[in-house]
Design a protein around this ligand. Structure first.
Ligand code: F0G
Length: 459
């Protein structure tokens, strides 16, 4: 028989986790104002809140930390990271930042001004936050099919090239800050963007003289999907695919907490020296000198090593297969999950799970509470709470997809943990008819409210 693919690592160190009782969880939920971001991590059994900064570093990463050079300027760790970035992405210039949103802050300080438009596929919430904070507008040009959670399309993260071109055609060039394509497309369900789509966006950006930036948090997972789904790429090496993906762009922002498998860190990559120089000033103001930018030398070393490990095919295959394992279990139980399964997470369609709860009562948030109560599983709402209010009308925005995301930390949980998680969701699914009401907002921040929002259950 064909031997199964296994994880290309074994476990050297473990961290104990403890389950709690339903009564305890009920109290903790009340104390946290029905916002799972307010829980203490030890109150959570299986933590699928995010795959960001939650991965397990390897022995090589930990040992590289001992060689970290903490010099203020010109540290060896900086050059080590620079080399890794150059080799993997092809970008000659880079600025380290403390995480992804910091990269956005620095780069957008150069590119985005009041009244601008920033078209692309779906922008992640911090990206949109940084755009709207500058009184500019993020224009979501994702293909329409992405809103259908059941139809199978290999690259549901794609931008609709006609929609994108329409934005470029109907607005003056100086009003477009840049095009941003997020790979994988987190907001539309961890869905990949095809090479053909990146190539087409690259051509548009050249045709209209607009810069093309890739929000690259999960670029390696995106490359895995290109290799396994796009014609002509099956025999290409993952790193070759990655270099081609980035070859169409002028720059990248990176949250290294995802595919570089570190707990903290980020960077901006540039093709063009001029843009790099302009951004350097903001990096020094907001992050730190250009050879450390918010990172310790040891963390840059771990990131350099993590970039190689995170772009290894065998690792990517085991990671994405684990996500699919969870998705397949849930599908077998009849749970409405978004398909195809995402690269980093399984997304549950809350409108289908709880059809009787109106959107004004935030069905996805309601589900996250139920999953936690049932078995200590923490997911995150990707729906109307996360979508914030419209900056002008201050009305709630209700996105087409109202979902709960279960994001898998890298190299952290076993498939048994995934089976447990699927069973928790099944139990909630079996009693879904009894969940009659959702939640209402008691207090919220004006922007990126879901992190700190306070809620009450409607009874
Ligand atoms: N871009 C994407 C596509 C992201 O998913 C994130 C973070 C960021 C940018 C910002 O990076 O967190 O390092 O500042 N996503 C996390 C998540 C928080 O849970 O999906 P950061």
């Amino acid at each position: 028989m064909e031997l199964p693919h296994t994880e290309p690592f074994k476990i050297k160190m473990v961290e104990n986790i403890y389950n709690s009782t339903r009564e305890q969880r009920e109290k903790w939920l009340r104390d946290s104002s029905y916002n799972l971001f307010n829980l203490r991590s030890e109150q959570v059994f299986i933590d699928l809140l995010t795959d960001s900064g939650t991965g397990a570093m390897s022995d090589k990463q930990w040992s590289s930390m001992m060689l970290g050079d903490e010099s203020y300027a010109g540290a060896t760790s900086y050059y080590k990271l620079k080399e890794a970035i150059k080799e993997i992405t092809g970008f000659n210039y880079f600025l380290p930042t403390h995480q992804g949103r910091a990269a956005e802050n620095v780069l957008f300080s150069v590119l985005v001004k009041e009244g601008d438009l920033v078209p692309g596929n779906s922008h992640f919430d911090t990206t949109k936050g940084h755009i709207e904070f500058r009184k500019a507008k993020a224009v979501d040009c994702t293909i329409d099919i992405a809103a259908d959670t059941t139809v199978w399309h290999p690259f549901k993260g794609n931008a609709d090239i006609d929609k994108l071109e329409h934005v470029l055609q109907t607005n003056p060039r100086e009003k477009i800050s840049c095009i941003i394509i997020t790979i994988t497309n987190n907001t539309s369900g961890g869905q990949p963007v095809s090479m053909a789509n990146l190539r087409a966006v690259g051509s548009l950006s050249k045709k209209y003289g607009v810069k093309f930036i890739i929000d690259s948090a999960r670029f390696a997972e995106n490359a895995y999907f290109i290799k396994t789904r796009e014609e002509g790429y099956a025999d290409r090496d993952i790193r070759e695919i990655i270099r081609e993906m980035f070859s169409y762009a002028d720059g990248m922002t990176m949250s290294s907490k995802k595919d570089a498998i570190v707990n903290m860190g980020g960077f901006i990559g540039f093709r063009d020296e001029d843009l790099f120089r302009q951004a350097s000033t903001y990096n020094i103001m907001f992050e730190g000198f250009i050879t450390y930018g918010g990172m310790s030398g040891r963390d840059m070393n771990a990131m350099a090593q993590g970039l190689y490990e995170g772009t290894d095919f065998s690792y990517l295959k085991s990671r994405i297969s684990q996500v699919a394992h969870l998705g397949t279990r849930m599908k077998e139980y009849g749970i409405p999950v978004l398909e195809p399964f995402g690269g980093h997470a399984i997304f549950i369609d809350a409108k289908k799970f709880l059809p009787e709860i109106p959107k004004e009562e935030f069905p996805a948030q309601t589900l996250t509470l139920e999953f936690y109560l049932e078995g200590g599983v923490r997911g995150v709402e990707i729906g109307a709470l996360m979508a914030d209010r419209d900056p002008l009308t201050r009305k709630n925005r209700y996105p087409r997809l109202e979902m709960v995301r279960l994001a898998l930390p890298r190299r952290v949980y076993t498939d048994n943990h995934m089976d447990y998680t699927a069973a928790v969701i099944k139990n909630v699914f079996d009693r879904r008819d009894k969940i009659k009401r959702g939640v209402k907002i008691i207090r919220e921040a004006p922007i990126m409210r879901h992190f700190t929002i306070e809620l009450e259950r409607i009874v």
